[in-house]
Design a protein around this ligand. Structure first.
Ligand code: ZN
Length: 224
């Protein structure tokens, strides 16, 4: 029973770590969405900047065009025309850049909704795994509680001093206080057990412990 209880406690102890690992894994998956959202925000900012630049450029073109007819000489006129053409070329370049940014915005938006969908699926999987682990913990706790009841029943009538010795070894040896002797060795630590010790066990007038691991020794196939 104690062996079983210790194995269950051991299993129970590992489960929160397992849950934590799955939680971290899920959090890691959320990072991809954050990266897409960052790209999206950045593109919107770029779009705003370029639109402002475009507005300024358009003002500049209007201003130049309005000045065009007040000019006195042909040379001034052709210089101004060149300036206007150059500003228009700048405007066209800005418009092209805005188009490229807009395509990026659309792509990021699509990616964002795809990623959100994927994460929603991941969340369903994660929550199911979480519930499975939590259920397992409950199940283990119930089993331990049952074993504790059985253990209390089994303890009735056992000599207190012997029980104290057993409990001490149990704690020190992680749930295995008793060890059978087989092939002249302790099956708890696999160290050699002498014939004299085996004979002492067979006498059944005292508790015989392993010299190496201190576990209480017994003979499994001893019909006596
Ligand atoms: Zn031993």
């Amino acid at each position: 029973m104690d062996k079983e209880i210790y194995a269950l406690l051991d299993e129970k102890e590992k489960l929160p770590k397992e849950l934590q690992a799955k939680e971290l894994e899920f959090e890691e998956k959320k990072k991809s969405l954050l990266a897409i959202e960052e790209t999206y925000k950045d593109l919107l900012k770029q779009k705003k900047d370029k639109e402002l630049q475009l507005g300024t450029k358009e003002e500049e073109i209007k201003k130049l065009q309005s000045q065009l007819y007040s000019l006195k000489t042909n040379k001034e006129y052709s210089t101004m025309l060149q300036q206007i053409e150059s500003a228009k070329a700048d405007r066209s370049a800005l418009e092209d850049k805005i188009l490229v940014i807009l395509e990026g915005v659309d792509r990021a938006k699509e990616e964002e909704s795809r990623e959100k969908e994927r994460l929603a699926q991941e969340e369903i999987i994660f929550k199911a795994e979480k519930k499975k682990i939590e259920d397992k913990v409950k199940e283990i706790e119930q089993k331990i509680a049952q074993l504790d009841v059985q253990r209390k029943v089994a303890l009735q009538g056992i000599d207190a001093k012997m029980l104290a010795q057993y409990e001490r070894i149990l704690k020190g040896r992680q749930g295995m206080a008793l060890a059978p002797v087989a092939n002249s060795s302790c099956q708890g630590c696999f160290m050699n057990v002498t014939h004299q010790v085996i004979n002492e066990i067979k006498m059944y007038d005292q508790v015989v412990t392993c010299g190496a691991c201190q576990r209480i020794l017994y003979l499994e196939d001893d019909t006596e």
